[in-house]
Design a protein around this ligand. Structure first.
Ligand SMILES: C[S@@+](CC[C@H](N)C(=O)[O-])C[C@H]1O[C@@H](n2cnc3c(N)ncnc32)[C@H](O)[C@@H]1O
Length: 200
């Protein structure tokens, strides 16, 4: 059986793990938003057995996400659930940790706002959010290749595109979070870590 595969996931999963493991360090529940091929979910659930890793994606991507997770059959990695950040209602309990990779530049700008608005309810007080992907700073791309990537994204969907770090930081603050770390990652990406106020 050929599983859905992303070479970039394969390349970035260990650099991401090396940071996520510092922040998702206590036993708890993770919600992964936009799980994609499931490569991150399987890798992180394998290496972080103290976490219950719930991956999710939009309904139209669940057939891509499910096979690798089913095959892995890990005790801390349940079947993925359907979650589109633009939906108003959902049946998801608040979690200790939220992870999402390479999603904010794919989903439309309005969906990015929904993503953070939902974290007001979905992330517990004291909870941690890790978001991985490319970002702009003060309106400037970090590299020429990210600028080209942004053009390519916008040709496919004018509402997509590399987000401004300042916009993301403001949305996170409105959702009760503050920035803990902005980690420069390989391949011109960042891993942003936010902590929600309050006591876990
Ligand atoms: C480039 S893929 C990234 C997948 C995976 N996280 C990775 O790093 O390879 C973008 C993902 O965003 C998801 N996505 C797009 N719009 C979304 C939405 N409104 N709500 C949740 N996920 C969404 C897609 O289904 C897809 O899985």
């Amino acid at each position: 059986m050929t599983l859905p595969f992303s070479q970039s996931c394969e390349n970035n999963k260990d650099p991401i793990l090396s940071i996520v493991c510092r922040h998702f360090d206590k036993a708890g529940n993770v919600l992964e938003i936009a799980g994609g091929t499931g490569q991150h979910a399987v890798h992180f659930a394998t290496h972080l057995p103290h976490l219950h890793w719930q991956s999710s994606d939009i309904p139209g991507n669940l057939d891509t996400l499910r096979p690798r997770i089913t095959l892995a059959a890990l005790p801390n990695l349940p079947a993925p659930v359907s979650f589109d950040v633009t939906q108003e209602r959902f049946d998801l309990a608040p979690v200790d940790y939220v992870f999402s990779a390479n999603s904010l530049h794919i989903m439309p700008a309005a969906a990015v706002t929904h993503f953070f608005r939902h974290l007001r309810a979905l992330l517990k007080p004291g909870g941690t959010l890790c978001v991985y992907g490319p970002f702009k700073y003060e309106g400037k791309f970090t590299t020429d290749s990210n600028a080209q990537f942004d053009q390519w994204l916008k040709q496919r969907n004018p509402d997509s595109g590399i987000r401004d770090f300042e916009t993301i930081n403001a949305l996170a603050q409105e959702a009760g979070m503050s920035l803990l770390e902005d980690n420069a990652m390989p391949a011109n990406n960042q891993l942003l870590v936010f902590r929600k106020s309050g006591t876990p």
